[in-house]
Ligand binder design. Structure first.
Ligand SMILES: Nc1nc2c(ncn2[C@@H]2O[C@H](COP(=O)(O)OP(=O)(O)OP(=O)(O)O)[C@@H](O)[C@H]2O)c(=O)[nH]1
Ligand SMILES: [Mg+2]
Length: 550
């Protein structure tokens, strides 16, 4: 059956219409990914939406084009979120006088307003993802003060959980004229409103009853305002307006690096003083109280910083996920097609089986922080992230593109995984040392030229004769450097994978000779599939991460 489907690659923003020859009606990721590497896809990827629709129809597609199915939107991965945080306002102080049957004008006994809710961000979320966060958080307001010197209720604090390794930055809204928009208000002392004064002829019983439970700001009971806002707001228009706003990062507020770190990000307003607290010798019956202070409003960008200690970097199908599965506790998806992994996936490596005997003495030598980690897990551990495959041109948004390159920034050590069995003609290996031709595509700026380059790259990627282990490796270095200069200078290790396959041993010799001149890092031959030499990788990885202590 021929169906036209739309594939949404999570947070990459890449949406592709793919004409898939799907055998059944369920769009399993396998079907979709298979169609990605098929020849049909190669052609279709270059077609416009209209052309795709025509082809689909001419092939008898039964799916109306409008009925688009999203294959991946459940696995939405979010690593950056903009949030508006509004702490609760303080409740207003009460203006109230003691009253009893025979005491019509007693002393002032208005109590203070309750404090507004604080908003706290805490690093205690157990997943490397921010997709659970809302775009807006509003703290509860403090209750108004009451008679008999009773305080208003405090607003209940909001705690937002994020994963450790989250960085929080302050954002400010930039107006069209370039000025920064101010959103804050000052708390002021308010005069008594006669409608709330039982001794006044304007006294309004209903309003007074309402005001006992809700803040009164500018003479308006707040909960009326809220009702009005919720009923009157046009949501889609609001979202549209929100999107058009321009935000600027003004500073980094905090890095929440360790589990349990937290920050009070928006402080709730203090409740206003009640009139009882204003009574003095010269003014025994003050007819005013303090208005609650508005809660802090902050706009922040929350981003996941360090994803893992190690990041697996390599071409699609190189065996990254297979390696992850044999080296860590993770159970990633492994398939024989490109772009199986679409989102970063983190596993934990335990180094406990290494030199068990000397483990104790090693623990004793660890720095305090690392010892904490070690005893918590009762072994030495580190995290390793399986990243989506990178291909040549990724920094021009080819393949899964730019968004995924940035995950590599968020790992401490790069673990290159190279398929040693690729048997292409060496593209520029002619017995001379390889050189990095840096930023080969950085000169491309024209739209048409970019299209042209993308087509060339696509042809090369699927051209078997073009791929070779050293070519792949140099491409990876180039992509990382083109994306961000200096990225490849992170501590690195090269895994020469698929050593069980043909050509692999011959290639390894050339690879060592060629690549050894470019970078100085361990090259470890393995077969991830047969789990050979895994111990050696673990040893090398532990040496890098616990360099000071092992
Ligand atoms: N012969 C052999 N095959 C391997 C080895 N390692 C992985 N494979 C196979 O290579 C294919 C791709 O493996 P994956 O681990 O999914 O590759 P990947 O790098 O994660 O690919 P993407 O997620 O698409 O980037 C699978 O069919 C694996 O079984 C190996 O050491 N030897
Ligand atoms: Mg994978």
């Amino acid at each position: 059956m021929i169906r036209l489907i739309k594939v949404n690659y999570g947070s990459t923003g890449i949406n592709k219409n793919i004409l898939g020859f799907l055998k059944n009606r369920h769009y399993s990721t396998k079907n979709v990914a298979t169609s990605i590497v098929s020849d049909e896809f190669k052609k279709m990827d270059l077609m416009s939406v209209e052309e795709l629709r025509d082809v689909a129809e001419s092939m008898g597609s039964t799916t109306p084009f409008k009925n688009i199915d999203y294959a991946y939107n459940q696995s939405m991965f979010t690593d950056r979120v903009r949030m508006k945080l509004q702490a609760g306002n303080g409740g207003n102080g009460s203006v109230h006088f003691f009253r009893a049957k025979y005491i019509p004008l007693g002393p002032p006994d208005g109590g203070p307003g309750g404090d507004g809710a604080d908003i706290i961000i805490r690093a205690d979320y157990n997943d490397n993802n921010l997709s659970h966060l809302s775009r807006n958080y509003k703290g509860e307001h403090g209750g108004n003060g009451l008679g008999q010197k009773k305080s208003g209720k405090n607003g209940e604090d909001i705690v937002i959980s994020v994963p450790p390794g989250t960085v929080i930055r302050e954002l400010q809204l930039i107006q069209e004229d370039g000025e920064v928009e101010e959103e804050e208000e000052e708390g002021i002392i308010m005069k008594k409103d006669s409608r709330f004064d039982p001794s006044s002829k304007d006294f309004d019983v209903d309003l007074y009853a309402k005001a006992l439970n809700s803040p009164v700001i500018g003479g308006v009971v707040q909960d009326e305002m809220n009702v009005h806002y919720n009923k009157g707001g046009n949501l889609s228009q609001e979202i549209k307006a929100e999107k058009q706003k321009k935000w600027k990062i003004v500073k980094t507020i905090v890095d929440l690096d360790n589990f349990g770190d937290e920050i009070l990000i928006a402080k709730g307003g203090k409740g206003g003083r009640g009139n009882a607290s204003y009574a003095t010798g010269s003014n025994r019956s003050p007819e005013y109280a303090q208005k609650g202070i508005p809660g802090e409003i902050r706009n922040v960008e929350v981003e996941l910083k360090i994803l893992a200690d190690f990041g697996l970097v390599g071409y699609p199908n190189a065996g990254k996920s297979t390696l992850l599965s044999v080296i860590s506790n993770a159970i990633p998806k492994i398939r024989d097609y490109a772009f199986t992994t679409l989102n970063p996936y983190v596993g934990v490596i335990e180094f406990e089986d290494l030199n068990k005997k000397s483990k104790k003495s090693k623990l004793e030598n660890l720095s305090k922080r690392k010892r904490k980690v070690a005893t918590e897990f009762d072994s030495l551990t580190a995290t390793i992230a399986d990243l989506p495959g990178i291909i040549e041109g990724a920094h021009l948004d080819v393949g899964l593109g730019l968004d995924f390159l940035k995950h590599i920034e968020r790992t401490k050590v790069l673990v290159y995984v190279i398929d040693m069995s690729n048997n292409g003609v060496p593209a520029f290996w002619d017995g001379k040392p390889l050189e990095i031709v840096s930023n080969r595509y950085s000169y491309v700026s024209d739209e048409d030229e970019i299209k042209q380059v993308k087509m060339e790259i696509k042809d090369k990627i699927y051209d078997e004769s073009y791929r070779s282990p050293w070519r792949d490796f140099v491409s990876l270095l180039e992509e990382l450097e083109s994306y961000q200069e200096g990225l490849t200078s992170k501590p690195s290790i090269i895994i020469a994978n698929k050593m069980d396959k043909d050509y692999a041993h011959e290639h390894l010799k050339i690879f060592k000779k060629a690549v050894g001149k470019l970078v100085q890092c361990p090259i470890i031959p393995i077969s991830a599939q047969n789990s050979t030499n895994i111990k050696e990788i673990k040893l090398q990885l532990s040496k890098i991460i616990y360099k000071d202590s092992l």
